[in-house]
Design a protein around this ligand. Structure first.
Ligand code: HEM
Length: 398
């Protein structure tokens, strides 16, 4: 879709492989409009993105009616925190906030180290590793599955369902969901329903048991909502964090000076993680719809159309970030929007930051160098439209 002075087509694999050169024209003026699968306004500038995400009265998270929606919806039509506005959103978020506290996340630290060590030790003394398979794919799914209380033996099955499902999200509007995506959705829902029933009968010390107890006690969560909630936690916490680790390692390989700086000053790990999130965000965009015709940054957005909120573009806005295309592991302040903004700000941000810091820190610790095994080879990205992540990342590590 080549439009007046800009190109934006998230269905185009070439565009998805490197969307960044297409952002400057969008950042240079008011929100632009085009027809993707429906009339769409592109919200790119940092100030406009923050305005839209903070204003849940003017912009709803309820999704537009898109073709195939019902068939692929992994939430079975139930509201989730991600897809409901206040007050339903507030009720759901309160509930999970008590079961998913920052203290609980801090307690996970030793276990995340342990899992990371086990995964990296599996690589032995290899000269080359495939970082997605070795670490980035595995760590987040193991952590979220343990948190939920899913049997360790089922982790890889879990990851497969999650991947198939997430990949089919990106394509459904253009081509319809893939058969693998539909099968994964049904299998995952059946599996998690069984786990919920089992925890109701025999509660354990896990998040599913806590959610079952909270919903039974206060009757705040219907059975459909409970299942949708568990499905959402699994999906939201999985490929996103995988992509933080993969995209972050790639940035370190492509910027050896910054890698060296981080090796010399490990105390920069927290700012480095924020910079990885800003520079190449795992979630590139989200969507909202205006509740009535409204104006953002000088552009009128008609009711019933789509506001596509380009988090990745906002993170490169020169009005907010000096030299935005520079990867700087010490960047501060770093007001990126990779976890969103406003009432839907990512619930899992503390967990994602912790996993990212442990994963990247351990890679630097264990391997004396991190370089692309074949710098000339074209990197392959996964299929999703909104999520940006590598299929494979072969690294030369010694
Ligand atoms: C680097 C990793 C992650 C990134 C980049 C990320 C990004 C985001 C973004 C952009 C949103 C807001 C979407 C919107 O406003 O439309 C969001 C919401 C959410 N995230 Fe994350 N996320 C990550 C990891 C996690 C993890 C590990 C979990 C849970 C275990 C999680 C759970 C959630 C939930 C439940 C919401 C919905 C919150 C609400 O609507 O109130 N995320 N995330």
């Amino acid at each position: 879709m080549s439009q007046q002075g800009f190109y934006f087509n998230p269905f185009d694999p070439e565009f998805r492989a490197n969307p960044y050169p297409h952002f400057p024209p969008l950042l240079a003026g008011p929100p632009r409009q085009l027809n993707l699968f429906m009339p769409t306004t592109l919200i790119a500038r940092h100030a406009d993105v923050v305005t839209v995400l903070r204003d849940h009265q003017r912009f709803t998270v309820r999704r537009p009616e898109i073709p195939f929606r019902e068939r692929i919806d992994p939430f079975g039509g139930a509201p989730t925190i991600l897809t409901a506005d206040p007050p339903v959103h507030s009720r759901l978020r309160r509930l999970v906030s008590t079961a998913f506290t920052p203290r609980r996340v801090r307690e996970l630290k030793p276990r995340i180290h342990e899992i990371t060590d086990e995964l990296l030790n599996g690589a032995g003394d290899c000269r080359e590793i495939e970082a997605m398979a070795t670490l980035a794919n595995a760590l987040p799914v193991i952590v979220i599955a343990e948190l939920l209380g899913v049997s360790a033996a089922d982790h890889s099955q879990f990851k497969q369902w999650s991947n198939d499902l997430v990949s089919s999200f990106g394509q459904d509007m253009a081509t319809g969901p893939s058969p693998a995506g539909l099968a994964a959705k049904d299998a995952l829902r059946r599996y998690l329903s069984a786990v919920i029933a089992q925890r109701r009968a025999n509660p354990a010390e896990d998040l599913i048991s806590a959610l079952v107890a909270a919903s039974d006690e206060a009757e705040v969560l219907s059975e459909d909502e409970l299942l949708a909630f568990v499905v959402l936690l699994l999906l939201a916490g999985n490929e996103t964090t995988t992509n933080l680790i993969g995209n972050g390692l790639l940035a370190l390989c492509r910027h050896p000076d910054q890698q060296q700086r981080l090796r010399d000053s490990r105390e920069l790990i927290p700012t480095a993680i924020e910079e990885m999130l800003r520079y190449d965000p795992p979630v590139q965009m989200t969507i909202r719809m205006p509740t009535s015709t409204t104006t953002v940054g000088g552009t009128e957005i008609p009711a019933g159309t789509l506001a596509m909120v380009l988090l990745a573009a906002a993170n490169r806005d020169p009005a907010r970030f000096p030299r935005p295309d520079r990867f700087d592991v010490g960047r501060e302040p770093n007001d990126h929007v990779s976890f969103g903004e406003g009432v839907h700000f990512c619930l899992g941000a503390p967990l994602a930051r912790l996993e990212g810091a442990i994963a990247i820190g351990s890679m630097l610790e264990k391997f004396p160098r991190l370089q692309l095994a074949n710098p000339e080879a074209k990197l392959e990205y996964r299929g999703s439209m909104a999520l940006r992540g590598l299929s494979k990342l072969p690294l030369s590590v010694r």
